[in-house]
Design a protein around this ligand. Structure first.
Ligand code: NAD
Length: 372
């Protein structure tokens, strides 16, 4: 079997779905690897490193036409779909909710699609979960980026020149990214508070040494996949009002609130921003999916009454080396789980929960029930 790996369409995305430390796992199974020349440029890995490990650099076009499985970190264009022959498989992160036309084209061309965003949240699939592996790094980067914009240090320091107070950080949304943001801010010595509509995370927040802010919104809850349920308008208004006091005393607010497959909820508006301290920073981690914060813009720092509102796309790409290592491991783990050495092909067994969730298109039709 030949597997190819291509670069992201987004030139600012430095990540690679191929990594020197993980590629050997595939090659040792007798799988042939070809890759788009320059794929490791963003992580300082040259073609020669991959060649030495047994892979072969080719053109982007050859990656589409010459492989049975094409690994991609981003959606591909219509004309690229045409280069792939029927019966082959595109596997990667294609943001299916935003790219429904691509799904239609793949169906029409009889190309299978494995969407890594749809790997289910079950224990066996954790090692394949690209959303978690990238959100974890994004949470780390969010703290590093926002702390660099403060005019003060993060930890408390007892100095001869006086005691320097620690920075106060408020993390809203305690999923994978939020937990890593809390842990990173704690490691830097900040005083950390956090809130999530899924009250079950209170214990996790406390175990990291942070304080869980109690805001009673009545019944909230989560889906069977562990995602938050959407709040009612009344609940959202109450959340905004009560968390506003915590924002006022914070130096950094990091928002991570997301709803799977829907625009992110707007949880901080101008009335709160106007009450915050001058020089404080809000980093909106949901800026690409609608934004948690009024006025946040992708890849911009907007200043409102001295408060910096920061939107950074693809935070994980800022630590592209680790992000690529984790991504390629996620991809490999999926491939190795379903690669059948006898037939030298992927075993698409739709009785398997991981296959039935992550294979969105198969044999010319959309398979995933939730996506339908
Ligand atoms: P996510 O990216 O969808 O959302 C981020 C966080 O925002 C969530 O914790 C959510 O509850 C919160 N949120 C939504 N609306 C909010 C609001 N109005 N105010 C405050 N917070 C709000 O979530 P995620 O990071 O992908 O993870 C969600 C949960 O799933 C976590 O508990 C995580 O540990 C779990 N998870 C489990 C597995 C697995 O079992 N394999 C894998 C990944 C994640």
């Amino acid at each position: 079997m030949i597997i190819s790996a291509i670069k992201s369409k987004d030139v600012s995305d430095k990540r690679s779905v191929l990594h020197p430390e993980t590629i050997k796992n595939l090659i040792s199974k007798g799988i042939e690897i070809i890759f788009e020349s320059g794929i490791g440029g963003g992580i300082h890995v040259g073609d020669q490193t991959f060649i030495d490990l047994g892979a072969k650099p080719v053109s982007r076009e050859s990656c589409f036409s010459d492989a049975e499985i094409i690994l991609t970190p981003s959606p591909i264009d219509d004309h690229e779909v045409k280069l792939i022959g029927g019966g082959k498989t595109l596997m990667g992160m294609v943001s299916p909710f935003e790219n429904q036309e691509l799904l239609k084209n793949l169906c029409d061309s009889n190309i299978n699609l494995v969407s890594m965003e749809f790997v289910p949240r079950i224990t066996r699939a954790q090692k394949m979960d690209v959303l978690s592996s990238q959100a974890n790094l994004a949470g780390y980067v969010a703290v590093i980026e926002s702390s660099s914009l403060l005019s003060s240090a993060m930890p408390m320091m007892m100095t001869a020149a006086g005691t320097l107070k620690p920075a106060r950080v408020f993390v809203i949304g305690v999923g994978v990214a939020g937990l890593q943001a809390i842990a990173t801010a704690k490691r830097l010595g900040a005083r950390v508070e956090a809130f999530d509509t899924r009250y079950v995370v209170e214990e996790q927040v406390q175990s990291l040494g942070a304080k869980f802010v109690k805001i009673d919104l009545g019944e909230t809850g989560e889906t069977s996949q562990g995602y938050a349920k959407e709040l009612t308008d009344e609940q959202l208004a109450k959340q905004k009002e009560l968390q506003s006091k915590v924002c006022e005393r914070s130096d950094i607010v990091i928002t991570t609130a997301q709803l799977f497959g829907r625009p992110a909820p707007r949880i901080i508006d101008n009335s709160t921003i106007k009450k915050m301290k001058r020089g404080s920073v809000i980093l909106d981690m949901a800026v690409e999916s609608g934004g948690n914060v009024e006025g946040s813009k992708v890849d911009e720092i907007v200043e409102v009454d001295g408060v910096k509102i920061v939107g950074i796309s693809n935070l994980a790409s800022k630590v592209a080396g680790h992000a690529s290592y984790a991504l390629s491991n996620n991809f490999n783990n999926w491939l190795l789980e379903f690669y059948d050495e006898e037939s030298k092909n992927i075993k698409f067994d739709f009785e398997d929960e991981i296959i039935s969730n992550s294979v969105l298109v198969f044999d010319g039709e959309v398979k995933n029930e939730r996506f339908k």
